[in-house]
Design a protein around this ligand. Structure first.
Ligand SMILES: Nc1nc2c(ncn2[C@@H]2O[C@H](COP(=O)(O)OP(=O)(O)OP(=O)(O)O)[C@@H](O)[C@H]2O)c(=O)[nH]1
Ligand SMILES: [Mg+2]
Length: 309
């Protein structure tokens, strides 16, 4: 997060980091993608979809907002889940502004758990009440009233990330709070996620969307190869899906290979859209017992545990 000093005579710019914080499944990644205008962080109806911090950059005129999407904060028992929550808390420490996203269909008491952590940071915080498309307008005012009494927020903004309702207000409020300073990223850059990791994440999203119970939480994707084949006019992608138990192989591969084919087709279609080229996607499935249980094995499966915020 090093800044270069602004040179004399250059127009004044504003730039800063914003952590998107909240419980799992409240719509943090959806909000980021909708604001940025493209998918940089994967989304699913299941909690704990996001496993590490993902940055999305919005540059508009003389302002640059760097959003840090984080894993949902939850009661973490395993090392893996602790790493997830730690990265969210780390983001909270390092940013200029906090965007607390909550789900209006949850009980307010449930959501309130996050507030203690936010209060401790002492940073300007905007509360975003998400998923207002799911409730009646009359239910909204009491919620705003309830939360406004709990803490002095810079703003409380009801939105529907899914329907793109209220997003402009969120951006405007953040811009008001941005510190003066030079841009951190080239305005053409929209994420810090390396392409290899983004591709692996897109494949993981398809697993998350198509498998159930413990399977989506036991599977991770490592990109093994990414190369252009100009003579065939396509991009060759090879990835390994690591699962925790041999018995899960059957589920990921499916009867007659149908599940793997479905995951592969959905991922390939999205990758072709993303890369603007035909993609040949080859997926392998391997079991690696306890891949979530040590930092060494997490590194082996390509999980970015050692990445800085
Ligand atoms: N109806 C409705 N659904 C939404 C809205 N925003 C997000 N969702 C849905 O909520 C689910 C969770 O969205 P995510 O963006 O993955 O939530 P998250 O907070 O990033 O979740 P984790 O990464 O697991 O912490 C998905 O099914 C989204 O489509 C919204 O405004 N309205
Ligand atoms: Mg997420």
């Amino acid at each position: 997060m090093e800044k270069e000093a602004r040179k004399e005579g250059e127009p004044k710019t504003k730039a800063g980091f914003v952590a998107i914080i909240g419980l799992p499944n409240v719509g943090k990644s959806t909000l980021l993608n909708q604001i940025i205008g493209t998918k940089v962080s994967i989304v699913s109806p299941k909690p704990q979809t996001t496993w590490f911090n993902v940055k999305g950059v919005l540059t508009r005129n003389n302002c640059q907002i760097i959003f840090v999407d984080t894993p949902g904060i939850h009661d973490a028992k395993s090392l893996f889940n602790q790493l997830m929550v730690e990265s969210a808390l780390k983001a909270l420490q390092e940013v200029d502004i906090v965007l607390w996203v909550m789900d209006v269909t949850h009980r307010p008491k449930e959501e309130e758990k996050i507030l203690e952590i936010i209060k401790k940071t002492n940073k300007p915080t905007i509360l975003v009440l998400n998923k207002i498309d799911l409730i009646k307008k009359s239910e909204l005012l009491p919620l705003i009233d309830y939360f406004s009494k709990l803490h002095e927020f810079q703003a409380i903004i009801p939105i529907s990330a899914l329907k793109r309702d209220g997003l402009e207000l969120v951006v405007e409020e953040i811009i008001k709070l941005l510190p003066e300073g030079p841009f951190y990223y080239d305005p053409s850059q929209i994420t810090d996620l390396p392409l290899r990791l983004l591709i692996a994440e897109i494949i993981r999203e398809k697993i998350f969307l198509n498998t159930y119970q413990e399977v989506p939480y036991s599977a991770t994707v490592k990109l093994e190869e990414l190369r252009e084949e100009p003579e065939k006019n396509l991009i060759f992608v090879q990835a390994t899906i690591f699962i925790e138990r041999e018995s899960q192989k059957g589920i990921i591969i499916g009867k007659g290979g149908r599940m793997l084919k479905k995951i592969g087709t959905l991922a390939r279609e999205e990758l072709e859209f993303l890369l603007g080229k035909k993609v040949y996607l080859e997926l392998w499935v391997k079991s690696l017992k306890g891949w979530k249980e040590s930092e060494t094995s997490l590194k082996k499966v390509g999980f970015p545990v050692f990445e800085k915020v």
